[in-house]
Design a protein around this ligand. Structure first.
Ligand SMILES: Nc1nc2c(ncn2[C@@H]2O[C@H](COP(=O)(O)OP(=O)(O)O)[C@@H](O)[C@H]2O)c(=O)[nH]1
Ligand SMILES: [Mg+2]
Length: 350
């Protein structure tokens, strides 16, 4: 993980790493702001030709690779563009209704042929009405590899490692099964030798396709849950300077976000009340700033951290933020002042 200060080197916001210690609980609470300003000078060497600076071939290649990479990950906001997922029961109900309304092609005089035609068309329609939305979801839920690393971390930490891909994979398996069974039964129906057989094959086919979808439809509802969870994530604008409040649990981070910004986090006197990243805004002299509240960090190694703590680290790793470190030196928060300091030191090193 990169140090918050190194994140500023990317040039998203002016380089500033502000560490502010606040005292909670003391009646004559005082604040000791310590500001660290870091600056990076980016150097690059160029060939000089005809009095102009030309990047070397190597540099051009590197630049185009970097640009490609940047195009992939520079934007945030994929969760707001997720397709609307319909509840599985609604997809099934609507598909059955639409399929059963399909009439045979006009002009078929033979009764058996008309019934075969109607059956095949209805089964084909049912298959398409079920498979098309599933395909839309599979195609339009973004590939995690093309997401901004912050959004990728949110998916992994909020939903659990691999869950997103697993659910999308299962939705695709369901789509394939519906298509193959639907086609198989439509073809059987089309080959019927009598009106009665066509009717039977149609009913059988409708039942079979419905059964297959119904038995696995939970995955569609799981995907709906994923979409809801991800859409509810705070929208972060990478162009807006962001202040991230970090500290041990229960030290008053959420209270500060509540007071300082439009964000209204939950405030409780027990640790880990903040179970996600919350975003508020401050407007100062017509300039907008973002303020994020984060889950508390305990004094422990990164590999021992829970997913809530990892969310905090993801913000620090992947977003260009200034860091406001919040301390409760009264120790009332449940973490002794000395145990709060190492995690601050650790973050500065990270
Ligand atoms: N005495 C005192 N209590 C505070 C102060 N700020 C917050 N608290 C209390 O500390 C508890 C934890 O606050 P919270 O903002 O949820 O902490 P967080 O876990 O760091 O987000 C709550 O009961 C707050 O009411 C403060 O400045 N003084
Ligand atoms: Mg909190």
């Amino acid at each position: 993980m990169k140090a918050p200060s190194s994140l500023f080197l990317r040039g998203h916001i002016p380089c500033a790493n502000s560490l502010l210690t606040t005292y909670k609980g003391a009646s004559n609470a005082t604040k000791h702001p310590i500001f660290y300003f870091c600056k990076s000078i980016q150097t690059n060497s160029y060939e000089i030709a005809n009095g102009s600076y030309n990047p070397s071939v190597q540099q051009t290649k590197e630049k185009s690779m970097m640009e490609k990479q940047a195009r992939k990950i520079e934007s945030i906001g994929a969760f707001q563009k997720l397709p609307i997922v319909m509840p599985s029961i609604d997809i099934l109900g609507s598909a059955l209704r639409k399929a059963k309304k399909i009439s045979p092609t006009k002009g078929i005089a033979n009764i058996a042929k008309r019934e075969k035609n109607k059956g095949a068309k209805q089964l084909d329609a049912l298959m398409k009405e079920l498979a098309v939305p599933l395909r839309t979801y599979v195609e339009n839920f973004p590939d995690k590899a093309y997401l901004h690393p912050y959004e990728r971390s949110l998916i992994e930490l909020t939903l659990g490692d691999g869950y997103y891909e697993k659910v999308l994979g299962k939705v695709d398996v369901l789509r394939k099964r519906v298509v193959s069974v639907g086609k198989e039964h439509a073809s059987l129906c089309a080959k019927s030798s009598s009106k009665r057989e066509a009717e039977e094959r149609l009913n059988e086919g409708l039942k079979k396709v419905e059964e297959i979808f119904a038995s696995e439809r939970k995955v569609v509802d799981d995907l709906l849950g994923i979409a809801k969870t991800l859409r509810a994530m705070p929208v972060i604008n990478l162009e807006t300077p962001t202040l991230c409040l970090v500290g041990a649990p229960n030290v008053g981070k959420s209270s500060l976000v509540h007071v300082l910004s439009t964000g209204k986090p939950e405030i409780c006197n027990y640790p880990f009340t903040t179970r996600g990243i919350l975003m508020g805004h401050i407007v100062l002299n017509y300039q907008k700033f973002q303020v994020t509240d984060t889950p508390g960090l305990l004094k422990r190694q990164d590999e021992d951290r829970n997913n809530l703590e990892k969310l905090t680290l993801a913000v620090l790793s992947h977003l260009p933020t200034a860091v406001l470190y919040v301390h409760d030196l009264s120790g009332e928060c449940g973490t002794s002042p000395s145990d709060q300091t190492p995690s601050r030191r650790r973050l500065v090193i990270l």
